[in-house]
Each structure stands twice: as structure tokens, then as C-alpha cells.
Design a protein around this ligand. Structure first.
Ligand code: AMP
Ligand code: MN
Ligand code: MN
Ligand code: MN
Length: 287
């Protein structure tokens, strides 16, 4: 049986560990017929993914996960089904990547001050010269034996109050949603339960998303990082705010066995799936 569409995945073009081609093949084997590649702040993996998807009969949706500063925090906004050739969109993403390159050097400097040499060079190497993120630093420090796992590195080195922390300066919500819409795409609030916002802050964020993104925008209700209760809470937010519901694993590779492709639970009752309006409706097309 076909699995639910998976509209949130990463490849080696950002901080995933499978190249786009291998990711698409694994998704196909897992029964995923509709897949979005949503690398952080880049669409560099799309061409390879589209090509691979053609061979295995997967419907590949252009995607991206944009880093946004909002309410004093970093949040993530997915863009889906945009035109990857749109110049304003690409210029916006390039600005974020330039900031990432500077931030990576700064993380390296800060870790050096804390007595850890070679972290920037090591992270760059692990990124394969593609987009650089904190995950690459985390993998490097695990390799150095400075933490047991990636989570441990974040906790002890990379978050606020720790030696390798750099305050972030990403896109505004208005910019990110603006780039996506101008390129003809739909904006989706990624893994909203992860932010641990109060209910009033959640409502403010969802309200702003709806205002900026219009009724074509959505909330990631089902996520690899959501519990069943989280999904129910955000299904309700989606219904009450008139936003569409999305689903995505946030797969980063086989190293995290607790998140895999093709295993997403169904959307809760009463949600309007974001893919229902896509033509041809992908689930019908593959039925
Ligand atoms: P960046 O966009 O470079 O700041 O890195 C954010 C990425 O790091 C997320 O997309 C996750 O893949 C990963 N990440 C963030 N926090 C954690 C954590 N506590 N444990 C493991 N990975 C994390
Ligand atoms: Mn990531
Ligand atoms: Mn994310
Ligand atoms: Mn992600």
C-alpha cells in the first residue's frame, strides 16, 4: 500500500546523510509516492532528486526548509511546489547561505577559544563543500570523542549559553513567505511543536503565517518530531485557522533509526491535506 506523502526530508545538499538519488530510491522502496526534498536554505539537491524520481515513479515536489528568526527564536518554514528558477527566491536563499558560511567560521573561532582546534575545517569537510550547518559541527565533535552523539553536542556545545553558540540572524517570516509566494509556492510552518511556544504565541505565529501566506499555506501537523498529541493540537490549529495540513518525516538519514521514510501516521480527522488541491491529486494519480 502507498504510504502518506512525505513533504519534509533532507539530503547531503544540506545536513542529511543520503545523496538525493539514494534518498529518493529509499523513499520509493518504503512506498512513498509523493516526496518533497526540503533541504535547509538550498535547492541544490533538486535536480538530482527529480531525475532519480523519474526512474522510480516517485512524484518529486520541489521543496526547501527556510531558516527564519521570529519572536526572538529560530523557526523553520517549508516552501513547497515553488518555481526553483525564481530569481528573487534564489537570491533570498543565497543570503541565508552567506550568513551560514560566516556563522560556521564564527562557531569555529568560538570553539577554538574553548580549546577545540580544527572544528571549522572538520565541519566543512563533513559538509562535502555543500551547505554548512550545526549538524556538521556536531558530527565532527562526535568523531573527536567530545560527545556521545549529535544530540549531546547540541546540548553541550551549540545551544545558547554554550561555547559554540552564535546568536542567529535568519530571514524574517515576511521575507521567507514572500519569497515562496512570489515563486508560486506554498508556505508551511515546520514541526511547530518543537518551538514550545505558549498558546498565545502559537496563535500569533499562525495568524501571521495565514496573513502573509494566504489560504494556500499550511501547518506541518504530522511530523517525525511530533507525538500523537502534538498532531492533534496542531490539527486543531489548522482547522480553526483555515490552514492546510502537511505531513513530513524530517528524515536526515539512516543514522537516526527513530525516524524513517514511509512510516508517517495518517493526518487526524478534519484536516484538509495540503496535497488534496494539487493537480492531479497525487494520491489519486498513483492509486
Ligand atoms: P542549523 O540550521 O545549522 O542551525 O542546524 C539546525 C539543524 O540541526 C536541525 O535541522 C536539525 O537537523 C539539527 N538539530 C537541531 N537541534 C538538534 C538537537 N538538539 N539534536 C540533534 N540535532 C539537532
Ligand atoms: Mn537539519
Ligand atoms: Mn527543521
Ligand atoms: Mn528539517
Amino acid at each position: 500500500m502507498d504510504a502518506l506523502p512525505d513533504l519534509h526530508t533532507h539530503s547531503t545538499a544540506s545536513d542529511g546523510t543520503l545523496p538525493p538519488r539514494a534518498l529518493v530510491r529509499r523513499a520509493a522502496v518504503a512506498g512513498v509516492r509523493v516526496l518533497a526534498l526540503t533541504d535547509h536554505d538550498t535547492t541544490a539537491g533538486l535536480a538530482e532528486a527529480v531525475e532519480a524520481a523519474r526512474w522510480v515513479g516517485v512524484d518529486l515536489v520541489p521543496g526547501v526548509e527556510i531558516s527564519v528568526s521570529w519572536g526572538g527564536r529560530t523557526i523553520h518554514v517549508l516552501g513547497l511546489r515553488f518555481d526553483p528558477e525564481d530569481e528573487g527566491f534564489q537570491a533570498g536563499l543565497e543570503r541565508l547561505r552567506a550568513y551560514r558560511r560566516w556563522r560556521a567560521e564564527e562557531i569555529g573561532r568560538r570553539l577554538r577559544k574553548a580549546g577545540i582546534e580544527g572544528a571549522h575545517e572538520g565541519a566543512v569537510e563533513l559538509s562535502g563543500g555543500q551547505l554548512i550547518g550545526r549538524t556538521h559541527f556536531a558530527r565532527f565533535l562526535v568523531g573527536r570523542g567530545l560527545a556521545r552523539d549529535v544530540r549531546g553536542v547540541f546540548k553541550h556545545f551549540l545551544v545558547k549559553g554554550k561555547p559554540g553558540h552564535v546568536a542567529s540572524d535568519w530571514a524574517t517570516l515576511e521575507d521567507a513567505v514572500g519569497w515562496i509566494r512570489a515563486a508560486g509556492g506554498q508556505a508551511v510552518l515546520a514541526h511547530p511543536a518543537r518551538y514550545r511556544f505558549t498558546r498565545s504565541k502559537r496563535l500569533r505565529l499562525i495568524g501571521e503565517l495565514k496573513e502573509l501566506g494566504g489560504s494556500g499555506s499550511g501547518i506541518e501537523v504530522v511530523s517525525g518530531s511530533h507525538s500523537r498529541d502534538d498532531a492533534l493540537v496542531f490539527a486543531r490549529h489548522a482547522r480553526e485557522s483555515g490552514l492546510l495540513a502537511s505531513a513530513g518525516s524530517d528524515y536526515h538519514g539512516p543514522e537516526n533509526p527513530w525516524v524513517d521514510l514511509g512510516r508517517l501516521p495518517a493526518l487526524p480527522e478534519g484536516c484538509v491535506p495540503i496535497w488534496a488541491s494539487w493537480t492531479p491529486p497525487p494520491l489519486l494519480a498513483s492509486a
